[in-house]
Design a protein around this ligand. Sequence first.
Ligand code: CAA
Length: 254
Amino acid sequence: MANINVTTPANHVLLISLNRAKALNALSKSLLVDVAAALDEAAANDEIRCVVITGDDRAFSAGADIKEMPEDGFPMWAAADRLKAWKTIEKFPKPLIAAVNGYALGGGCELTLLCDIVIAGEDAQFGTPEVKIAAFPGDGGTQRLPRAIGKARAMKMVLSGEFIDAETACDWGLAVEVTPKEQTVARAIEIAGIIAVNSPIAVRMAKEEILMTYGRPLDESLSLERKLLLWQTDDHDEGIAAFVEKRPAKFTGK
Ligand code: CAA
């Protein structure tokens, strides 16, 4: 896949690096389709338990590819393959960690909103500058950003188009840690490795349940959570046995 590099830097961890440095990793349609295809493969591969996505030193991603604006008048944002790719990213069932150095703007910022954990390099800048090109954060940003950081902060970011720095992103809950920029990816991989030791089935279930917060009313998601408590897995038996026997658990994902 020309737009991305895919490697396995640690046991059970996949690293997707966006590879359009000259365009600040702008999310062209084909790049999004490549990311979605890599995630589809990762979802189907039992060996992969956690995915890290990153850009390069200068940019995580500067957003949708503004130069891909069509000549036929049909808005590129709404192209079916583009929307399908976003849906795949949104529905990815395993943990997805963003390692952000440099710009995370527009669709790039919206991509971080779909990640479960965001690690920001000290020079990271997050922003939704779409108003400056007479657009708005339509890849989920108008809905996810206020849920992540609150209405007033989202309004300030979206209506002004101004960027926020890594410390502010961390204070506001867009990121969980700020690292020196040369350690951002390594730190994300380290966290992925810690997650990957846990039972993959429990981790997937926990992710799904946390995400219910955003999609369902509280009484409905609480009752679903209670039903999910009835689950029984080999990993659960193994986790309890390992605890009682004072040994590390060996999880298989079953
Ligand atoms: N799409 C396409 N190309 C982009 C791009 C984008 N989003 N962002 C940067 N590039 C390209 C530039 O055109 C430039 O290419 P050339 O060398 O061929 O001219 C190259 O990347 C480097 O960019 P700059 O020379 O502009 O670098 P800079 O350091 O001066 O500025 C920047 C960096 C502030 C990020 C500036 O590039 C910028 O403002 N980019 C656009 C950011 C933006 O508006 N993102 C939102 C896109 S809309 C969106 O995402 C839609 C949606 O949600 C639905």
